[in-house]
Ligand binder design. Structure first.
Ligand SMILES: [Zn+2]
Length: 378
């Protein structure tokens, strides 16, 4: 059993993770389903060590041998870099070495291919301020940020520094730092260190706590363009998330340029896409007036989409620009609902509205949009 062969299988299947446990057949996660590789057999503890030890440094092997609670994340494995980028999560299971390998994305998609709202570029052209990309885990936030930073890097000569966890994309000519909380290299500590090195642009993987939020805001106010992500459901609720973390409202309004919320929905399979007549109930549930859509599209299910009717995914975006009127409302302590209404009045396309556009374009289905976004008339 060879690690390289298994990693190739992971890539060929388009999987996200490969699970290796002694005594069990290897398994690959493709979307949400586990594919068991029955043909390669079950690795023994000895075979597990033979596969994994060569990618480790000597001291890492010693740690594994001596620590019964061994747990280790490895981002730069030796000898397999030509196959792509992987994150190895190693741990001991019943005394034997186990491993979950995550395939990290390789090349950075262009802003065009992501279909970002055109206004986003105006903000990333700014010399100072805070740009936030929000959404739940797996919504493509890091991909969007990496593309934005990559484009900025090509457009102007700027000193760019990043602190990430994990580093998902290699950005050419950019100083990327992997966060390592176990040695105090947290987002907040890295940000503090960066500010002493005078960068123009800073990417912070995620704002999770008050400390990181405050330094990010401070950096944005003192002449840096700061890009980061936050785990919120939509763009308007990001404001309250920041103030609930303890950032003063006036600092939010002074620093924040825009918030881009995003979601990924499944794209209808091109091979088996067909028209159907939606029921009035379905149209009402998603919020499409009946006269706008006598027919919609869905995938019937075929071999190339494994019978699901969907292949690949498409992003929905909600871009909230922090305008003067919005700033006033934030200072006055407006609720997320009030901020949303105001932003919509100022032209914001919501996630649900973006989803409806994609339904009418035949790219996704009402069911997908209903499951990933909330109605706007809350
Ligand atoms: Zn299909």
């Amino acid at each position: 059993m060879e690690l390289r062969e298994l990693l190739k299988r992971l890539k060929d299947l388009g999987g996200s993770d490969l699970h290796l446990v002694a005594g069990l057949p290897p398994a690959v996660r493709v979307h949400n389903e586990l594919t068991i590789l029955r043909d390669v057999g079950r690795p023994t503890p000895e075979q597990m060590r033979e596969m994994i030890y060569p990618i480790l440094a000597k001291e890492e092997i010693e740690r594994f041998e001596n620590d019964p609670h061994f747990r280790y994340d490895l981002d730069f494995a030796r000898g397999v870099a030509d196959l792509g980028r992987f994150r190895f999560n190693l741990h001991k299971q019943r005394g034997s070495l186990s491993c979950t390998i995550r395939a990290l994305s390789g090349s950075i998609p262009s802003l065009e291919s992501l279909g970002l709202p055109p206004g986003v570029r105006d903000f990333t052209a700014s010399l100072r301020g805070l740009v936030l990309v929000t959404g739940p885990g797996g919504s493509g936030r890091s991909t969007t940020l990496a593309s934005l930073v990559d484009e900025i890097n090509h457009q102007r000569s700027a000193r760019i520094m990043t602190i990430e966890d994990p580093i998902e994309y290699q950005l050419k000519g950019i100083n990327q730092v992997q966060a390592r909380p176990e040695i105090e290299l947290t987002f907040a500590n890295a940000l503090r260190a960066f500010l002493r090195q005078d960068p123009d642009i800073i990417l912070v993987g995620e704002i999770r706590d008050k400390e990181t939020a405050e330094i990010a805001v401070k950096a944005a106010l003192t002449g840096h363009l700061v890009l980061s992500t936050l785990h919120t459901n939509d763009a308007p609720s990001t404001i309250n998330r920041l103030t609930n973390m303890g950032v003063e409202a006036f600092l939010v309004t002074a620093s924040l340029l825009c918030v881009l919320a995003q979601r990924l929905v499944r794209r209808i399979c091109d091979q088996c896409k067909e028209e159907f007549r939606p029921s009035p109930e379905l149209l009402k549930a998603v919020g499409i007036p009946p006269e706008q859509a006598t027919t919609l599209f869905a995938g019937r299910g075929c071999e190339s989409c494994h019978g699901t009717g969907y292949r690949r995914r498409v992003a929905l975006y909600e871009l909230m620009k922090v305008t003067d009127r919005l700033r006033d409302a934030i200072i006055e302590g407006a609720s997320a609902t009030q901020i949303k209404q105001l932003a919509m009045a100022e032209g914001m396309i919501t996630l649900r509205q973006a989803g409806i556009r994609k339904i009418l374009q035949g790219m996704t289905t009402p069911e997908e949009v209903i499951s990933q976004t909330v109605a706007d008339d809350r």
